[in-house]
Design a protein around this ligand. Structure first.
Ligand code: F0G
Length: 349
């Protein structure tokens, strides 16, 4: 039985037998080859999707949260806090509930997907909607954790990245190698840093080569591409609507050391990629997750990707979290009376 990433990768993680493991059996997510998507966006490339939306709370955050919450519990914490564009708060709330702790979450008012808000509320977190963006919420959370006995579980907590690095291990274990390129969205820049940490550790042990890390920010929230913080980040991909990433330095090191890069993709490109992933692979991801797929297309069009290259793209979150976006952007259902002729008038056999 799969019992979660701490058990599976214990030798690589900062835990001991005394660490109380709080787990929802996260990890072991599918790695799916996507030849029809590749034909459309990057012909000749061997494209794989790491489906992190298959996690217990529907995003990759669960990998880091199991470790962050377990270590908080080990240290005797009873309360945890985070700022979030939605997924971190859903995951923190769930793992706090699993560990018998209280979660406080600060989210930007009006700018998180409804499913994520529902999750934090359902798991019993105290939810504060901040009149400001994610960056403002994170500043508040940092100030609170400096002054009060509450554990911060944003990705500046190193245990988060330690847990998230297991996604890189899994990809190498599932694929039997590392990809040539690893593509993923970048928001607060923790995940790309965690992947690089994971690939780096496996590389040192001779278990894989080192992929080029390719990060993609939404064009309206692309501080790392511009080389300066963005004061008012804007994008349809609310999960990565971040203007001043906390892990900027680590992420820059990841792309520099791996000879990769950070690039911008427009909201239009993200929306197109989002539709293509769902219709050509059967995997439903959230808009931010599609930034990495839009990135694969861009790299192919720019001639960076060559025939035969192996590319893994992480789909970071589940599409159901933002059902509103799907309904706003897909073909509308047709309403018909309950009569065969009416149905046939639409279906046209
Ligand atoms: N994709 C999704 C679906 C996310 O929720 C996030 C980040 C990212 C990508 C970017 O990852 O921050 O490690 O660079 N969401 C955070 C949150 C900020 O609060 O849920 P990152």
């Amino acid at each position: 039985m799969w019992t979660g990433i701490i058990d599976a990768y214990r030798a690589y993680l900062p835990v001991t037998d005394a660490t109380p493991v709080v787990s929802l059996r996260e990890g072991n997510t599918p790695l799916i080859e996507a030849p029809r998507l590749a034909d459309k966006i990057a012909p000749g490339v061997r494209l794989y999707l790491k489906v992190e939306g298959a996690h217990p709370t529907g995003s990759f955050k669960d990998r880091g949260m199991t470790l962050a919450i377990s270590k908080a519990k080990e240290a005797g914490a009873t309360t945890v806090i985070c700022a979030s564009t939605g997924n971190t708060s859903a995951s923190a709330a769930a793992y706090a509930a699993a560990g018998g702790m209280q979660a406080y979450v600060l989210i930007p008012e009006g700018n998180i997907a409804l499913g994520k808000l529902a999750q934090a509320m359902a798991y019993g977190a105290t939810v504060l909607q901040v009149r400001g963006n994610f960056d403002a919420a994170l500043t508040l959370v940092r100030q609170l954790t400096e002054r009060y006995p509450v554990t911060l579980v944003n990705s500046i907590n190193p245990y988060r990245l330690e847990g998230q690095k297991t996604a890189a291990f899994e990809i190498c274990d599932q694929l039997g190698r590392a990809p040539d390129y690893h593509c993923l969205p970048v928001g607060n820049a923790g995940n790309i840093s965690a992947y690089w940490q994971g690939f780096g550790e496996y590389h040192k042990l001779g278990k894989c080569t080192a992929p080029k890390m390719m990060g993609f920010q939404a064009a309206g929230a692309a501080p790392m591409v511009h080389g300066a913080p963005v004061l008012s980040p804007e994008t349809i991909a609310t999960a990565i609507r971040i203007g001043n990433p906390a892990n900027w330095g680590l992420a820059q090191t990841a792309v520099d050391e791996s000879k990769g890069g950070i690039y911008a993709v427009s909201d239009d490109e993200i929306a197109k990629a989002y539709r293509m992933v769902a219709t050509l692979t059967g995997v439903f991801c959230e808009p931010a997750s599609a930034a990495g797929v839009a990135g694969v297309r861009q790299l192919s069009e720019n001639g960076v990707l060559k025939r035969g290259d192996c590319v893994v793209c992480t789909l970071t979150g589940n599409g159901l979290k933002d059902a509103d976006f799907a309904i706003r952007t897909a073909a509308k259902p047709v309403t018909v009376p309950a009569q065969l002729e009416a149905v046939l008038s639409v279906l046209k056999f």
